[in-house]
Design a binder for this molecule. Structure first.
Ligand SMILES: Cc1cc2nc3c(=O)[nH]c(=O)nc-3n(C[C@H](O)[C@H](O)[C@H](O)COP(=O)(O)O)c2cc1C
Length: 372
């Protein structure tokens, strides 16, 4: 009630029916009674707890009925007839309270779907600058790095500049959800205290962003999730009025950026990436950056720990390079190249047998995780 009166007080100077007097409220709710009043004068509305002497008007009702009345859902005449509201005194004095008005002018922040977002491969130009964010917690020692380096070679061959950044090598503090970055421009509490802002600026300047990551518990590693949490400052806190699925208008004025998802995982099926892709499509929507390609390599660990599949490993990595070139030049990776990258390496039974042997050996000989 107090915060409601504070909002009304802010809107009071522009209100036509100002008056001098007191509105007394007796609210009942769940067998309790709350008594308060609002003092009105020519300039202000003031909230007070308790009973006033000589109120101009008094309202007795259930608190929920008051909420319905003040939000316009309950007509005062109908409320009186149905005995939900009981007025005494000068009822017309209620006009002294302005109607709650939540309209704000943010028309310049509205940000409808652009043609670019609807069909990015058609409208895009060959990227000049590409940033690859390798989100493997094992930085470039992980298998993700093996795929990233070949993919980057391909993009460079297409004529673009590539910067390959390992998130694990940066100090990025965990988002605390304080909303400072939304309320104040560049207001993040960690600006200048960690490496995030520098990375954020680089990402904003790139024409294409490639997110490269190992699948962790059916999703992205926490360092990448934290990077996305810290990136909410890409958008305003306001909400666009036209989007089918709600989203915020973009704050960073980069309309022609695209992103690509490159992910690897331990299990052998491509379906393992389903939840991750759904998550990435939602991020692409919310950050206004179309996801133009996905490239997946399941069974990645097997590929690097089994000498019998060296031929497939070579073919897959060669095609990663090809995929990089195709993506930079056309905005797409051809079906043929994708099929080669995502090819099945071995039979399910063989995969299970070899993988179990691998882990049995590590456990028996107590080998450290950094050795493979
Ligand atoms: C904590 C953790 C969770 C993982 N979760 C999954 C998973 O849900 N599905 C899967 O197929 N692989 C999973 N993996 C396997 C990794 O995706 C796989 O080993 C990958 O090749 C690691 O890449 P990196 O060497 O770049 O870190 C997980 C690995 C770790 C360490």
């Amino acid at each position: 009630m107090q915060s409601m009166v504070e909002i009304l007080d802010a809107q009071y100077p522009a209100h036509k029916n100002k008056g001098v007097g007191i509105l007394q409220f007796y609210f009942s709710h769940k067998n309790q009674e709350w008594i308060c009043y609002v003092k009105a004068d020519e300039n202000h509305l003031e909230f007070c707890v308790g009973t006033a002497d000589n109120p101009t008007v008094t309202l007795r009702c259930d608190f929920f009925h008051w909420l319905d009345l003040s939000s316009g859902k309950l007509n005062p005449v109908w409320g009186t007839i149905t005995r939900k509201l009981k007025f005494t005194g000068q009822t017309s004095f209620f006009k002294t309270l302005p109607k709650l008005d939540f309209n704000v002018n943010i028309k310049d922040k509205d940000d409808p779907y652009s043609g670019f977002e609807k069909n990015a491969p058609k409208h895009r130009k060959t990227p000049q600058s590409v940033i690859i964010i390798n989100a493997s917690p094992r930085s470039d020692n992980g298998y993700t790095g093996q795929f990233v380096s070949r993919f980057a070679e391909g993009i460079i061959e297409a004529g673009a500049n590539v910067e390959d950044i390992c998130l694990a090598n940066l100090r990025i503090k965990t988002c605390t959800g304080c909303w400072r970055c939304w309320i104040k421009e560049n207001g993040c509490v960690f600006d200048g205290k960690d490496d995030f802002y520098e990375l954020f600026e680089k990402v904003n300047h790139a024409d294409m962003i490639v997110y490269a990551l190992p699948l962790y518990v059916d999703g992205m590693p926490s360092i990448l999730k934290n990077y996305f949490d810290r990136s909410v400052r890409r958008v305003y806190p306001y909400i666009c009025s036209d989007a089918k699925k709600m989203r915020h208008p973009r704050r960073i004025d980069r309309k022609n950026q695209t992103m690509t998802l490159l992910s690897i995982c331990g299990f052998q099926e491509k379906t393992q990436f389903k939840a991750l892709e759904t998550h990435f499509r939602a991020i692409a929507h919310n950050f206004h950056i179309p996801l133009i390609e996905t490239v997946y390599r399941p069974g990645a660990m097997f590929l690097f720990n089994n000498p019998f599949v060296y031929k497939q490993q070579t073919e897959i990595l060669d095609n990663m390079k090809k995929a990089g070139t195709e993506l930079a030049l056309t905005g797409k990776i051809s079906r043929k190249t994708k099929r080669k990258i995502e090819q099945k390496i071995t039979h399910r039974k063989e995969f299970v047998k070899m993988t179990n042997y691998f882990w049995f050996d590590k456990i028996t000989n107590q080998k450290d995780g950094n050795d493979y």
